[in-house]
Write a protein that binds this ligand. Structure first.
Ligand SMILES: [Zn+2]
Ligand SMILES: [Zn+2]
Length: 242
């Protein structure tokens, strides 16, 4: 499995882009990065992603979709269909996002031309993500939003993705079900609300010694966590890690 990081920064990180991870050049986990620039930069056309899994509706995970959707339609006469998987409310969120970004006419044009299909998920739902079995987990992050993490089984790898999360039993279950997990680590030494800090990650690593940790959604590009991988923007990893 090939994993390319298009953005590894937390929402207001000064030195890294917002969350988006490309799996096997065809699946996006979140869409916070400027995708019309970052996909070509890693040699992937705007047509290549066939499915996007959204963890939640914060801007740093979603606003890049407005560019990907209309940009893909305007730069290609024919474009393959796009599927979006996300929390309950995804259909109306995407309509509002596109209406605000480009107006109703362009929203209708991109929706039709992409043959957009939106699937709304709850924690515990399983779904098929581009030929892979995937499971949604409800994450605790913002009390006002439905927030999800995912586990994707692909090429013999069980890859977890936390989206944004604070400590919870469901987070532990997601990590336990994963042999590799892409986890947020918004905070370093100083913990804060709604997210994980380095001490949380170290505790999770002790409790789940069989899971390999890949840390993203960081407030600073600096720092390290012994035993974990901290990728930078545009870095590609091959899973399973050796
Ligand atoms: Zn975030
Ligand atoms: Zn968030």
């Amino acid at each position: 499995m090939e994993v390319t990081f298009l953005g590894t920064g937390a929402a207001f990180a000064p030195d890294a882009y917002n969350a988006s991870i490309l799996i096997d050049r065809s699946i996006l986990l979140d869409a916070g990065a400027p995708l019309t620039v970052h996909l070509p930069k890693v040699g992937v056309s705007l047509d290549a992603p066939r499915a996007v899994a959204l963890s939640h509706f914060h801007a740093d995970h979603t606003f890049g979709l407005a560019w990907l959707m209309l940009g893909r339609v305007l730069s290609n006469e024919q474009t393959p269909p796009l599927r979006v998987f996300g929390p309950v409310g995804s259909t109306s969120y995407l309509q509002q996002l596109l209406d605000l970004a480009w107006g109703e006419d362009m929203r209708r044009l991109s929706w039709d031309r992409l043959q957009l299909r939106v699937e709304e998920l709850k924690g515990g739902d399983t779904f098929e993500l581009e030929g892979s079995r995937a499971t949604a987990y409800r994450m605790e992050h913002s009390s006002r939003l439905n927030c999800l993490g995912f586990v994707i089984e692909r090429d013999g790898v069980r890859l977890g993705y936390t989206g944004d999360a604070e400590m919870s039993p469901q987070l532990e279950a997601l990590i336990e079900a994963s042999d590799h997990v892409i986890s947020e680590m918004t905070y370093g030494a100083e913990a804060g609300a709604m997210h994980l800090a380095r001490a949380d990650i170290e505790a999770l690593m002790r409790r789940h010694p069989k899971t390999r940790f890949i840390l993203t959604h960081r407030s600073s590009a600096d720092g390290e966590v012994s035993g974990a991988l901290l990728p930078s923007d545009f870095q590609t990893l091959q899973l399973p890690l050796r």
